[in-house]
Every structure is written in C-alpha cells, then in structure tokens.
Design a protein around this ligand. Structure first.
Ligand SMILES: Cc1ncc(COP(=O)(O)O)c(C=O)c1O
Ligand SMILES: N[C@H](C=O)CCC(=O)O
Length: 433
C-alpha cells in the first residue's frame, strides 16, 4: 500500500519514502544531490527538452539521462519502435533480428567496426573490453586516465570521475588491492609510459566525467602511435561521445581509429544497453568464436535494440549541425552572462557536449578540474538555476547534454536565467565565504 497520497506528494515526501527502501533514496549516487545539497526532485515524466516532477514543476532538462537521450524525452519515433517491439515480447534468451539491425547500424556509422557485442550497460562494455584486451595480448596492465569514468567495475574505479569524484570517495573501499594492482593511473592529456606489460590504454576521447575536458591537439593521435609501437590496445570509451560528437563518434571527429570501442547510452534510445566493438581479428576472441568469456541474460534485449536502432536511424548530418549550433549558442551565452556576474568561468565545449568550470584558466586535466570544483561555486549556481526551472546535473563533474529537442528559445531562456542565477550564486558564495 502506498505510504503517501500520490496526488499531493512533494519531492521531500518522495525522497523520505525512497530512503526507506532504496540506499540513499536513489539507484545511482550522482542523482542523490549529495554533491550540491538538498533533496532531489522526483521525475513524474519527460517530454522533449522538459521534465516534470511529482509536484508538477517543469524543468528545462540538460541532464537528458546523462546522455542516454539525444532526441528529447518521449520521442514519438523511438516510442513507437519500442512499443511495437514490446508487443512481440520483452526478452527471449534467443537471438533476434533487432540485435543484428542495431549492430549493423553501428558498423555502418563507425568506420573500423567489423563486429559488435551488445551488453546491458556501459560498465559491462568497458569491463569486457579490458578482459578482451588482456586475453588477446596476454598482458595484464591497464592504463587509465585520472578523472575519466568507465563505469564501476573494480579495475576501473581508480581515480575515477563522475559520482566518485563528486562524493569525494576513495575508490578503493570494497575493491581488493589485487583488482587495481594492474591499473596504472596517469594524468589526462599527458602521454603515459607504455611498456610490454600493458594490455590496453583506455580513454574517454573527450573527457566528460570530470566536467568537460577536451583532448588537447595531438593527444589522441600520439596515444595511437604509442600503443601501436608497444603492442598495447587502444580502447576508446565512447559511452558518452559515441553518436553524440559526430555521426561516427569521437574516432571520426578526431580521425583516430582505436582497436576497440565501448558504446552505451544513445545506442539504447533510453533503455539499458552497452556495446564493445572492433575489428574481426580482435572481436573474434570473444566466446563463442574465441575463448574470452562474456555473456548476459538480457544482452541485446529486444526493447533496447528497437529503441536504440530507432534513435540511431534518426541521426544524420543535419542533426549534428543543429546540435553543435545549439551548444555554441549556449556556451557563448553562458560565458557572457556568468562573466558579467563577475565570476571567472570556463565553459568548455566539444561539439554538443559542454561543461561549466568556475575557473580563471581553461581546465586540461583532473587536478585542475578538482581545484575549480573546490572553489565551491557550482552548488550555488546549480540551485539558483534549478529554482528558476533549469535542471543541470546535481554534480560538478557532470556535463550538459543539449539535445535535438532543445530549441533556440530553450537556449535563450537558459541564458537569461543563468544571468540572474550567476548573480545570486556569486552573492551567496561570497557571503558563505
Ligand atoms: C564514459 C563512460 N563510460 C562508461 C560508463 C558506464 O556506463 P553505465 O552507467 O551504462 O554502466 C559511463 C556512464 O555511466 C560513462 O560516462
Ligand atoms: N557520469 C555518469 C555517466 O556518464 C552519470 C551516470 C550515473 O552514474 O548515474
């Protein structure tokens, strides 16, 4: 029986109720508002660029399910593909043509991808890519970059961005020392030493879990050469960048072909999904053709593949032109009004991905990102925006996802609101001082 009258429920009520049955009231830590203070709003529904909470308040949404959504909430084409698929059944534990269609679409859009293995999350995709790299190279060490987030598998939690960074957690709690003994952590945008023990270098080609930190000119190209020389595999974690920064993802944008790709988010059209992809000679090492084991009861789920294929089918050159145009407008406007409010700001952007650092200088690595976050302005700005109806992510290391449902008017409204919000945030931050 419901404990609360759902017609008159407040976010506060919903959170209290959630805390009695869900750890911290949420199912993923960044949603909890722990990094910004206060109580999370509970979503009743989403339409296009907007969310509505259980109190009936509307928010212009820049979270967009952390990038799982690119066409806006409830896109009719995606919804109709999903409902049509659901009518045929929800999961079978046997292959379906829907899985093939999604894999073919990934092959077509990403140059260098011959084969795909679908998973149910980005975490599974990166975990599988590491296992595959170790299996193929017969080496054990993995290089990852500080502040990059590759999901929550043990080996990759080291020096992780996103919620681990926002909550200031030591990533080692609950992780056996052995599990990270072979993980080498190096600063983003610096070339790591790679010897003959390194199986793979995994990187977010645009770092989007420590705020938005672009790869500096030549960084990805140099990583490509270094890994080639040493026999280590280069893994692009494109769970965020895939099909977002360009139709062919970051590898197309930068003209760098990794050995393996990890995808997620957009390829599920808002449903749980992930994928590892790469050339035949590597991917065929996965079972059943090879001996690197990987599996999943719900992998290639018919609903997720139907929604994902529909979402990908809708994307074309014009979509990316529009996305980038909106993001440029947003970045320019935010920079202007926040600076006018007398706050130092760097709105960093790669195509349609952008992040806000309250910093004097451009941020190029995790340490600089932390220094900017530690100034403590973001929570004030976040709340000043939220109370005016603009939802940014409740964590300073997350990014903004303007999507195809965000109109020019939405962006203009955001900039107007940001002007007042920045002035309020500055005052409250100085007073707290
Ligand atoms: C770059 C990147 N890799 C991997 C993941 C893990 O994906 P998931 O949350 O679907 O497990 C995420 C997001 O969570 C991500 O942003
Ligand atoms: N930054 C994370 C992934 O991109 C946010 C998603 C989550 O952890 O809930």
């Amino acid at each position: 029986m419901a404990l609360i009258d759902e017609e008159h429920i407040t976010n506060e009520d919903a959170f209290q109720r959630a805390c009695a049955s869900l750890v911290g009231g949420v199912n993923s830590p960044v949603r909890s508002f722990a990094a910004v203070g206060g109580v999370p709003f509970f979503v009743a529904g989403g339409h296009g660029s907007y969310l509505t909470d259980v109190e009936g308040r509307r928010y212009l949404d820049y979270i967009q399910s952390y990038g799982a959504i690119i066409h806006g909430h409830g896109n009719p084409v995606v919804l109709s593909a999903l409902t049509e698929a659901a009518r045929q059944g929800t999961t079978f534990g046997a292959p379906t043509l829907g899985e093939v269609e999604l894999a073919e679409m990934i092959q077509q859009k990403v140059s260098g991808v011959d084969l795909v293995r679908l998973t149910s999350s980005g975490t599974e995709a990166t975990m599988t890519a590491l296992r595959l790299a170790r299996g193929v190279t017969n080496r054990s060490k993995i290089v990852k970059f500080e502040g990059c987030y590759h999901g929550h598998s043990d080996a990759l939690l080291a020096a992780s961005g996103s919620g681990v960074a926002s909550l200031g957690l030591p990533a080692s709690v609950g992780v056996a020392p052995n599990a990270v003994a072979d993980t080498i952590v190096v600063p983003y945008n610096e070339l790591p030493p790679i010897d003959e023990t390194v199986a793979a270098v995994i990187v977010e080609p645009v770092a989007a879990n420590m705020g938005l930190v672009p790869a500096q000119s030549g960084f990805l190209q140099e990583l490509r050469s270094l890994t080639e020389q040493s026999g280590a595999l280069l893994i692009f974690d494109e769970v965020i960048t895939g099909f977002r920064v360009a139709e062919g993802g970051a590898s197309a944008l930068y003209g760098v072909t990794p050995d393996l790709w990890c995808f997620g988010k957009i390829i599920g059209g808002g449903l749980p999904v992930g994928a590892v992809a790469g050339p035949h000679h590597l991917m065929n090492h996965l079972a059943p053709t090879g001996s690197v084991y990987q599996a999943g009861t719900l992998s290639g789920n018919p609903l997720a593949t139907a929604a994902g294929s529909a979402a990908l089918r809708l994307l074309n050159t014009a979509s990316y032109r529009m996305l980038t145009g909106r993001a440029e407008q947003l970045a320019f406007g935010l920079t202007k009004v926040i600076e006018e409010a007398d706050l130092a700001v760097q709105v960093q952007r790669v195509e349609s991905l952008l992040g806000i650092f309250f910093a004097d200088e451009p941020v190029t690595n995790y340490r600089q990102a932390v220094a900017s976050v530690e100034r403590g302005i973001y929570p004030y700005f976040f709340h000043a925006m939220l109370k005016r109806g603009i939802a940014l992510a409740p964590g300073p290391y997350e990014v903004l996802f303007p999507g195809l449902a965000h109109s020019v008017d939405d962006v203009d409204k955001t900039i107007d609101v940001a002007s007042a919000a920045a002035a309020e945030a500055r005052e409250r931050w100085r007073r707290a001082g």
